[in-house]
Design a protein around this ligand. Structure first.
Ligand code: PLP
Length: 470
């Protein structure tokens, strides 16, 4: 399997080559030349597999340049009961109203990001060792990505992590999760500013090509193709867990920000998984909902991006959306290039002539949820089912309840546990969310973090000093 760019300007490359690549050289995102097609016989054979076995069967179709024995070992070391809490890894529970919840947040940092990031840590370590290379990851986080990356990369040979976060803006629980890590290869940098200031510093360093090359700077952001592939696996697993046989169809409802999670659902559907619809749920930052209602894609600047109580979806420029649009315009790289030129000029684009196709051929529909909807959903699910859901998952359930058709099996993806967002849970339920074992008192642990102004040269100097001492 070879990979090409959504903007048509990259010679085909192997999985291991694109694994360590951020954007493609032409500014696009990597995608396989074609999606592997799953036959009914394969689907039947896969229904009884364990999560790790299923992950191996799916990922081997995409990572064809990793020897099968090595890949099997990597996948089996990743998807364990020890890391994800159950043998099933992603169990399904059904609410009283029939909506199924696919649990994706039982990993080390209590958000679905662990599902892919844990694999990425092991893949990076393997590929770096094989190539005799080092990687210094520079990332920016508003909360969940940073902790998932740090827990996946801690202690890994050949890897250092420099993670920027907005000083004082994450929840105390999220701060404690990241800053209490004492591993020698994990470096937390709190920036006096907002998430976007952190992101700008990452971009400034990425654009300093000499610095980037000299210090082997890489990223783990959600455009990384291996993260998308790892997420494809749980759509298959969720399908098997929510159905009795392979004649049934399901629809997935996905709380969305950067479009990475639902992009994996799109790929699973293109591979032949019996998915009826993909329901995109947004919060008040509803750029994606607007697109699937009107065909207009109008990314917004940070001044027009709201701070909400489902903060991991406070995104108004959905990077992975480009992968879906590539398929929507018939895999025409030149067309995508022209569309994203308009995005970069701040204009956005209009694909209303493709809207029916997005819905009918690709199954996409959407809905949105507000703070009041979120609180109401958390309350009703707690009252009816005795389950406390997090704010992002609540957005998904709200949209799923509205969108569901008679007889439709809807699986809603749980993207985090409520312990991460205690303030809003208290606002909804007047009590603290349940806290999983092992997290008691983490706020009191010693923290390792440096605090800088939003100044790219200061961050670069810190990276240089730190690497000189490794
Ligand atoms: C990252 C994240 C999302 C959004 O996922 P995308 O892949 O960016 O669409 C939703 N909920 C939570 C809790 C997250 O951490």
């Amino acid at each position: 399997m070879k990979y090409i760019s959504t903007r048509g300007g990259m010679a085909p490359q192997s999985f291991s080559d694109i694994l360590l690549m951020g954007l493609a050289p032409d500014g696009g995102l990597a995608l396989p030349e074609s999606y592997p097609q799953i036959s009914r016989a394969q689907l039947d054979a896969w229904r009884g597999l364990s999560y790790a076995e299923l992950a191996f069967e799916i990922i081997r179709l995409f990572a064809t340049d990793i020897p099968e024995g090595d890949l099997r070992d990597i996948v089996q070391r990743t998807y364990t009961r020890a890391a994800f809490g159950t043998d099933d890894i992603t169990p399904v529970k059904t609410l009283q109203d029939g909506i199924a919840i696919l649990e994706l947040s039982n990993g080390p940092t209590l958000a679905f990001k662990d599902m892919a990031m844990q694999l990425l840590g092991n893949l990076f370590e393997y590929v770096l060792a094989r190539k005799g290379r080092q990687l210094n990851i520079l990332g920016a986080t508003s909360g969940d990505t940073g902790s998932a990356a740090e827990y996946a990369m801690r202690g890994k040979r050949g890897i250092q992590v420099f993670m920027l976060s907005p000083d004082g803006l994450m929840s105390p629980f999220q701060r404690a999760q990241m800053y209490s890590l004492q591993d020698a290869n994990i470096h937390n940098i709190a920036i006096r500013g907002m998430f976007d200031d952190c992101q700008d510093i990452v971009k400034a360093v990425q654009n300093d090509h000499a610095f980037k090359a000299k210090y082997d700077i890489g990223t783990v952001n959600s455009i990384n193709w291996a993260r998308v592939v790892a997420q494809v696996v749980y759509y298959f697993k969720g399908y098997f867990n929510a159905t009795e046989n392979n004649d049934q169809q399901v629809s997935f409802c996905v709380p969305s920000g950067n479009f990475g999670n639902v992009c994996a659902g799109h790929i699973a559907r293109q591979m032949g998984l019996p998915v009826a619809r993909l329901i995109v749920a947004t919060n008040e930052n509803d750029v994606l909902d607007e697109f699937f209602r009107t065909g207009a894609y109008r990314p917004r600047g940070t001044a027009n991006t709201y701070v909400t109580s489902s903060p991991s979806m406070d995104i108004s420029k959905a990077s992975n959306f480009e992968r879906f649009v590539f398929d929507l315009v018939g895999r025409d790289g030149d067309a995508v290039k022209a569309l994203w030129r308009k995005v970069e000029s701040g204009e956005g684009f209009d694909l209303s002539d493709k809207l029916a196709e997005a819905r009918d051929a690709f199954g996409f529909v959407s809905g949105k949820s507000s703070h009041a909807d979120r609180l109401a959903t958390i309350r009703t699910v707690d009252a009816e089912d005795g389950v406390v859901v997090d704010t992002h998952t609540a957005d998904g359930i709200k949209v799923a309840r509205e969108a569901r058709l008679p007889g439709e099996i809807v699986v809603c993806l749980e993207t985090a546990l409520p312990a991460k967002f205690a303030d809003t849970i208290r606002e909804a339920l007047d009590r603290d969310p349940p806290r999983p074992d092992g997290f008691d008192g983490i706020e009191a642990l010693p923290q390792k973090v440096v605090v800088f102004d939003a100044d790219a040269p200061r961050v670069k100097a810190f990276i240089e000093e730190t690497l000189a001492a490794v």
